[in-house]
Write a protein that binds this ligand. Sequence first.
Ligand SMILES: [Zn+2]
Length: 81
Amino acid sequence: MSIALDQVLRELGKSAGPDHHGWYTALCPFHDDKRRPNLRLREGGFRCMTCGEKGNLKKLAARLGTKREEGKHMALRIVGM
Ligand SMILES: [Zn+2]
C-alpha cells in the first residue's frame, strides 16, 4: 500500500476493503454521503458511485484537507461564541 492511499484512508475514517480487485469503499466527501459508502478508491484513483466525482488520490486528499479546515473553522466559531 502506498503512503498516499494509506493517508487518504485514514482521513476518510471508516472504510472497508480492499476487495479482490483492490478497491476500498468509504463515505464520499464530495457529496452529503451519510447512509451507505459510495466512494470507491484504490492506488490509481477514486470514483463515487452516486455523485460521479472521480479523479486521482491527490484530488481526494485535497478535498479531505479542505473539509478538515472547514471543520476547524466551524469549531473555532463555536468556541468564540
Ligand atoms: Zn459522491
